[in-house]
Design a protein around this ligand. Structure first.
Ligand code: ZN
Length: 538
């Protein structure tokens, strides 16, 4: 098969632009001008003319909670809710359609600027239902809001103590208000997986068939966005079990690289396992760790603190225990992927990596910093020296920038310093962190090229990428962060034929409007997995 278009962005530095791509079976066999590619294919090969469209490698989302996002598609969408009244209405409608006793779940809640001028609490949800347990996740995934029945079913009473690495919001008499943060969410989310205090727990109880069904329903949306590979950055037995079953049943979906959460380190070391391990459909990659909390939840660790309260944030582990954990995983051969947001957290993680790499030198450890929101200029230099790759989410500024402005103040201009890293020779990756932000790569590309908050303020424009840089950060550089750059991420002979065709001239698009462009065709391993209604020449 031959695909031709006005613009082919290959992400191959030896031939950045072309006019055609030739596919045989699951692989790319030729890239170049139309005649040259034709010569490499059988005479009766099918030809697709994408006209003025732009052909790019299938997008690689190196930090995308695929199962949790699929789950969020199936629950109450709270992303655009701006008042407690609206939240009650939406949750109420959802609950009415479900029998009493069924858990009502929701996602995407952001409560810092509700019309009522206060945060929601469990009483607001009790007014909606006392017969359905209700559990709503904050948009950050680092906090949840529940009703009284949910607390009761989980055995969380007024006298509950704050666990390691987490806290309950409390009223003036010390009773939980229904909001739990970081490690405290574990006590309410149910018995699906115990991850201790290794991260925020959004591993809700989902049975195998239900989970596979959610993935099957989500896959067409991912393909329609041009996504062909995801890295799930927080995998437990729940995620891997459901991914394996979906794979066994042949459910279509993007390639998956699962990143086990660090609570499983001892078990995995005991069986001699370290990533990469698996095949091109499903594999195990890096191991995921948490340093601090999240900016939107007010728990990221900043030297100067966050927001009006100047809270200096939460560490998931005691510093000495954290350093030991990182050192053990590195020594066992794991690629490290460490959630780190504030400069105070960077101090901890960079020191831990420096010690671990010194104690047991590795040729290409390729550590990742997830989010990597606010390194100081000095810390950026240490990242370059360690060969660390930041895996960032520009959509945070686009979608959560108003809260970030409250939390960070002027620091937002130096948050996610993509240009600063490029200048140091670092190749930053852009990703979605779906369910937190839009899973659509073109929304992420837009946000990386046009740093504007929801209220319209442009912040730190000196860190904006060009469109081509942003595509690179979402394809080949993302593949590199997943250790897959030898198989995907660019259009080169021998690579898997994962390709997205975008309607129109991507490079000429207005950065703010890139998210409006449609993906007309998506190929996964040479198979068409998404086709818009009208594709020229097909
Ligand atoms: Zn994440």
């Amino acid at each position: 098969m031959l695909i031709r278009a006005a613009t082919v962005l290959t992400m191959d530095p030896a031939r950045p632009r072309a006019r055609a791509v030739g596919i045989d079976g699951e692989r790319i066999v030729a890239v170049g001008d139309v005649e040259a590619v034709r010569r490499e294919l059988p005479p009766d090969a099918e030809e697709i003319d994408a006209g003025t469209g732009t052909v790019v490698p299938g997008f690689v989302d190196a930090h995308n909670h695929y199962l949790a996002t699929a789950e969020s598609f199936a629950g109450v969408e709270a992303r655009d809710v701006t008042s407690i009244a609206e939240l009650q209405r939406r949750v109420g409608e959802f609950a009415e359609q479900r029998p009493p006793g069924t858990w009502v779940r929701g996602h995407g809640l952001e409560w810092s600027a509700f019309d009522e001028g206060r945060m929601p609490d469990r009483r607001d949800l009790d007014e909606v239902s006392r017969t359905h347990p209700i559990l709503l996740e904050h948009v950050s995934g680092h906090a949840i809001l529940v009703n009284s029945l949910a607390m009761e079913l989980r055995g969380v009473g007024d006298d509950v103590r704050d666990p390691d690495g987490g806290a309950f919001d409390r009223d003036d008499r010390g009773r939980p208000t229904g909001i739990a943060r970081d490690g405290a969410t574990n006590l309410l989310l149910g018995p699906s997986v115990d991850i201790g205090h290794h991260g925020p727990n959004f591993h809700t109880e989902v049975d195998l068939d239900e989970g596979v069904g959610m993935l099957a329903a989500a896959a067409p949306r991912y393909f329609a966005a041009g996504l062909t590979t995801i890295g799930d950055p927080q995998v437990s037995s729940r995620e891997l079990g459901i991914y394996r079953e979906a794979d066994r049943r042949g459910v279509p979906g993007p390639r998956i690289v699962g990143m086990p959460l660090s609570h499983q380190l001892d078990e995995l070391v005991a069986i001699g396992l370290a990533g990469p391990f698996g095949d091109d459909r499903l594999r195990i990659g890096a191991m995921k760790f948490y340093t601090d909390g999240a900016i939107t939840a007010g728990t990221a660790a900043f030297r100067e603190g966050l927001g009006p309260s100047r809270g200096t944030g939460t560490f998931y582990h005691e510093p000495a225990a954290f350093r030991a954990l990182i050192a053990r995983a590195h020594e066992a051969g794991w690629q490290l992927a460490v959630h780190t947001m504030g400069d105070r957290a960077f101090d901890l993680v960079l020191g831990a990596l420096e010690d671990a790499f010194r104690a047991s030198p590795a040729e290409d450890p390729r550590a990742r910093i997830e989010h990597g929101t606010y390194p100081t200029p000095d810390q950026r230099g240490r990242m370059a020296a360690l060969g660390v790759t930041p895996v960032t989410q520009p959509g945070s500024i686009r979608e959560l920038g108003n809260v970030w402005t409250i939390q960070l103040g002027d620091r937002i201009n130096e948050a996610m310093p993509l240009r600063g890293w490029l200048d140091l020779g670092i190749r930053p990756v852009i990703s979605s962190d779906a369910f937190v932000q839009s899973f659509r790569p073109l929304d992420t590309v837009s946000a990386a090229t046009w740093r504007v908050t929801p209220d319209g303020t442009r912040v730190g424009p000196h860190h904006e990428l060009t469109i081509e840089e942003a595509v690179r950060a979402h394809t080949i550089d993302a593949a590199r962060a997943l250790r897959l750059e030898d198989r995907i991420g660019s259009l080169e002979p021998g690579k898997l034929a994962d390709i997205a065709v975008i309607d129109g001239d991507l490079l000429a698009a207005e950065p703010a409007r890139i998210g409006d462009l449609a993906v007309t065709l998506t190929f996964l391993g040479g198979d068409v997995v998404h086709e818009a209604v009208s594709v020229p020449g097909r």
